[in-house]
Design a protein around this ligand. Structure first.
Ligand code: AAO
Length: 514
């Protein structure tokens, strides 16, 4: 009996570990530095992320990819692997290693976007137009730098005439056929699993803390489980011994398809796409949605259990009309709504949170579809990525948006750390689009998304004192640079938020107290 319990505990321990992002020093959020160069990420870990409480970075795929020149170096070329060599538009292997080391040394984890479902598109041609210059032939499915050959692909198993996924209601198609023409790896093969695991283990040994696994809907859960089972524990130079890599899997489940996120939640966390799609509707006040309906936000809204979820407002796909989520998704283009949405996400206890950090591109929207959805990161004439420059006011230059550096977002990342582990309490709403809640006795947020002022005395749950609002400003020394909130000995405070304010919300927490 005892033995059985021990085995059970060991098994549970093993699988639970993959749900833990292993963040250091009480940090709780990661930021996706989409398309950033490794050298810039290393510098950002040291100069900004560590000092401001960010726990980790999701990086763009580091593996060798095809290089596409028509259209001109699109961002999505990196989702078409040519080999598992570690040179990409973001930098070479030494730069990658340097970044991982420097970020780890300041307690910021690196999570790798792992593209393991497929190689490049079937129309990718032959030659050395790849990011490390490796030869490949998409026509004959030959990738000698791995090596993979025609035997290592799924085509024989695909039952559609085109070889493509034609119907998302057919589970076999979704997992055995090609996703948008991408050559589909046969992950049931021990050989393929081994190559994929070797790639991931090389990164683990270099010090990464985990992976975003791309296109998991298109891989059989059993195959993924076999790959994850081969992964090493994290590097003990930075992580406690026995730590399993953090796994978060990209599965788009908005309901309505036979493949469910729940098929994957036993293996690791899963990206919760309902989060941003539904929150977008609420913040935009579409479909009759209101902030006050959020009192049971999370599982109560049909989302997966909080311990399984990776929560985010937008991602690199749906901020430009790829993937799923639709028009409701809020992004930096709607900055006022966006700050509110991200602020709300970071204040709310649901999930492990990911903040998006983007670059600007020239949109050309025709019939709701952005014709420029392919445009890659800010780049030089030869297609190389431009560095991220930092302006005097700490915003970014060269076309990088750096949402994670917006004061409101950065301060809410800190808020989430300060309130970590505290339950949502003191919920208040006006029945419309004005809400407030505390996280135990550590933090309080009030939001006004109505078209009139919020004027109320609310129970904050916080100890009495003067607090700096971290949205309109923050605490600096013994002063607030923005609004001040006076909390009485009874925990109550008076709030007035005009609907025309730049940011119609206020947040205070234990560390913003004077
Ligand atoms: C590029 C070109 C293609 C070309 C191909 C090969 O654009 O024209 O054929 O190269 O040469 C990215 C880009 C792709 C790009 C690809 C490779 O987005 O445009 O193709 O790199 O360079 C599905 C997958 C999901 C995937 C998403 C984009 O399930 O895994 O498509 N996301 C990841 C990455 C993404 C990347 C890849 C995967 C590939 O994040 O950046 O692609 O590595 C339904 C399904 C979803 C499905 C969407 C879109 O969604 O549920 O699973 O996502 O369709 O096909 C409602 C429904 C919702 C539905 C949606 C759209 O909202 O509720 O469920 O409508 O119909």
């Amino acid at each position: 009996m005892k033995m059985k319990l021990l085995i059970l505990a060991a098994l549970l321990g093993l699988s639970f570990a993959q749900f833990d992002p292993h963040m250091k020093n009480g940090r709780t959020s990661m930021v996706h530095l989409f398309e950033w160069r490794w050298a810039d990420i290393a510098a950002e870990c040291e100069r900004y992320l560590a000092p401001n409480g960010f726990g980790g970075v999701q990086i763009s795929p580091p593996s060798e990819s095809i290089v596409v020149t028509n259209p001109w170096h699109p961002w999505w070329q990196r989702y078409q692997p040519i080999s598992y060599n570690l040179c990409s538009r973001s930098g070479n292997e030494n730069e990658l290693k340097d970044m991982i080391t420097r970020c780890n040394n300041v307690g910021v984890n690196i999570y790798v976007d792992a593209v393991i479902n497929h190689m490049c598109g079937s129309g990718g041609g032959a030659g050395t137009h790849s990011s490390c210059g490796s030869y490949f032939n998409a026509n004959t499915k030959d990738f000698p730098s791995v090596p993979y050959s025609a035997w290592d692909f799924n085509d024989g198993k695909c039952n559609t005439g085109s070889g493509e996924i034609e119907n998302y209601n057919d589970v076999n198609q979704v997992r055995n056929c090609r996703l948008v023409g991408l050559l589909d790896l046969a992950l049931e093969k021990d050989y393929v699993r081994g190559k994929v695991a070797d790639y991931m283990n090389k990164l683990i040994d270099m010090g990464v803390a985990g992976f975003r696994v791309d296109a998991c809907k298109h891989m059989w859960p059993g195959d993924l489980s076999a790959v994850y089972g081969r992964l090493n524990n994290l590097n003990t130079k930075w992580f406690s011994s026995g730590s399993k890599p953090f796994i978060f899997q990209e599965v788009i489940d908005l309901g309505g398809e036979p493949i469910k996120a729940s098929e994957y939640t036993g293996l690791g966390r899963v990206t919760e796409f309902k989060y941003g799609a539904k929150l977008g509707n609420v913040i935009r006040k579409w479909n009759g949605e209101k902030l006050s309906y959020l009192s049971n936000w999370g599982e109560g809204w049909g989302m997966m259990p909080t311990g399984k979820a990776l929560a985010f407002v937008d991602n690199h796909d749906n901020q430009r009309g790829h993937g799923a989520g639709g028009a409701s998704i809020v992004t930096f283009w709607d900055s006022r709504l966006y700050k509110m949405a991200v602020g709300l996400m970071l204040a709310h206890p649901y999930g492990v949170t990911r903040v998006m950090s983007s670059y600007r591109w020239t949109r050309n929207i025709v019939n709701g579809q952005d014709q420029n959805d392919w445009i890659g990161p800010p780049s030089n004439g030869d297609g190389s990525t431009k560095p991220v420059t930092i302006n005097a006011d700490s915003t970014c230059g060269n076309g990088w948006v750096c949402e994670h550096r917006w004061r409101q977002i950065k301060n809410m990342v800190i808020f989430r750390n300060v309130v970590n582990g505290q339950t949502l309490s003191n919920w208040w709403s006006n029945g419309g689009n004005q809400i407030a809640f505390s996280r135990g006795s550590r933090g309080f947020i009030v939001i006004n998304n109505d078209d009139w002022a919020l004027d109320a005395t609310l129970n904050t749950g916080l100890p009495g004192g003067t607090y700096c609002d971290v949205i309109s400003g923050q605490k600096e020394g013994s002063k607030c640079t923005g609004k001040q909130v006076q909390v009485g000995g009874d925990g109550r405070a008076y709030f007035k938020i005009s609907n025309s304010e730049e940011d119609p919300f206020i947040a205070i927490h234990a560390d913003s107290k004077l």
